[in-house]
Design a protein around this ligand. Structure first.
Ligand code: GDP
Ligand code: MN
Length: 389
């Protein structure tokens, strides 16, 4: 789960990370009031769940309360396009007003999970403020990493190592170490999957602050963080993913291709997406329906997939163990009756109650395209999508 910058800043500030003063403004007059409280010079920041807001025109300086009101009006409601939003952009519904910082240096700092090591890693770079993906691709040596043993925690020697790598010497070392330690504490306490500060700034008067903040959380740990779950902003999420999760279909991820997939098992879902790509197609979603022996859930899933305007074909790949193929078959039949547009369905069905499932599909008379194995199914789905497009 993702949250907004202002929410991430509130969380990390609670653990001791220094952040600029400021708050969310509700109207131009409110922005003016916040600016006046902060001494006049502010930065007005669009709050969307995507990075690259600065380049896209969503982060602007204002040098007086009047200007803050004007800039607020320009940013609030704008359709902000960044490299992370896609070409359609994201509508700005929340705006943060903060004090301006006299920036001396912009650095990068993040804590995330190193899946290969199975432990947290803190990453830092002197090349802050820009896209870290670009730094990683062009100058990987400019990113420093320290692996953290979760039993002993973030030790002072790790902070010193990063401080030296970033050139944070002398009087800067103490506040930088405190900030790193606090960021790690917040990351662990909240079961985050990412806590990223880009840029981490050194000010002309020798302070070290988080000018931006991004936090992502492990969905599987949200049950023990109701306060984090309460920060969820569904306006920022893909509507089809929101609908899927509301209907109890939790493993649905919207993608950009044109072949919808309904599969049981995450591994099989990944293999199905690979097979589609191998056959020259692009998957429109990832979906692990799991052992949903519930016709309604199968229907809901197929309807959500078919409503995607990009979808020209649906590949149903079921290997029934605990999952019953006859229930999936009933779902396919019901969904085909309810689909607003006709989307060809390719079905590769195997396992428990497959004979019954096949009988149901045969007797329904619906034009379900049958396949015996996965490669064949993917090929037929790609062909069907091409023919339907
Ligand atoms: P992002 O583009 O979505 O990552 O948004 P950021 O919060 O990182 O802001 C983008 C850029 O705006 C930063 O890298 C800074 O260069 C600039 N910026 C943000 N706040 C301030 C500020 O208080 N003072 C100055 N001078 N620049 C700022
Ligand atoms: Mn940033």
């Amino acid at each position: 789960m993702k949250i907004h910058e202002f929410q991430a800043k509130q969380i990390i500030a609670g653990f001791g990370v220094a952040v600029p003063k400021g708050r969310v403004a509700k109207s131009p007059d409110d922005a003016k009031a916040v600016a006046a409280e902060l001494g006049g010079k502010v930065v007005v920041k669009a709050q969307i769940h995507a990075g690259g807001r600065g380049k896209g025109g969503g982060v602007k300086l204002a040098n007086s309360p009047e200007e803050a009101a004007q800039v607020f009006s320009r940013i609030m409601g704008m359709q902000l396009v960044t490299h992370q939003t896609g070409p359609q952009g994201q509508k700005v519904k929340t705006v943060l007003v903060e004090e301006q910082m006299p920036i001396e240096r912009e650095l990068y700092l993040a804590v995330l999970i190193d899946g290969a090591a199975g432990r947290p890693v803190m990453m830092a770079s002197a090349a802050g403020g820009m896209e870290i993906e670009e730094v990683a691709a062009k100058t990987p040596e400019a990113i420093h990493r320290v692996s953290i043993d979760p039993v002993t925690g973030f030790q002072p020697h790790l902070a010193r190592e990063l401080c030296f790598a970033l050139g944070l010497t002398g009087d800067l070392m103490k506040p930088a170490t405190q900030l790193m330690t606090s960021l790690y504490d917040a990351f662990m306490a909240k079961d985050a999957s990412l806590a990223e500060i880009n840029p981490l700034v050194v000010t002309k008067d020798g302070r070290v602050l988080a000018l931006d903040a991004k936090m992502n959380f492990d969905d599987n740990a949200l049950f023990r963080h109701k306060e984090i779950e309460a920060l969820r902003d569904k306006d920022e999420e893909d509507p089809s993913e929101v609908e899927a999760s509301e209907k109890g279909i939790s493993n649905f991820i919207k993608l950009t291709g044109n072949i919808g997939c309904l599969v049981n098992g995450a591994g099989l879902a990944m293999a199905t997406m690979d097979a589609i790509k191998f056959a020259g197609g692009e998957p429109a979603n990832f979906l692990d329906i799991a052992t949903a022996n519930d016709v309604n859930k199968v229907v809901d899933a197929l309807l959500i997939i078919s409503r995607d305007p990009n979808v020209n074909a649906i590949l149903v790949n079921i290997f029934g163990g605990m999952a019953r193929v006859d229930i999936i078959a009933q779902g396919i039949i019901e969904a085909q009756k309810k689909m607003a547009k006709t989307v060809p369905v390719v079905a590769r069905l195997a396992g428990t109650n497959v004979e019954e499932g096949e009988r149901l599909i045969r007797e329904s008379g619906l034009p379900v395209i049958r396949a015996e194995e996965l490669g064949e199914a993917a090929k037929k789905a790609v062909e069907a999508a091409k023919a339907a497009a």
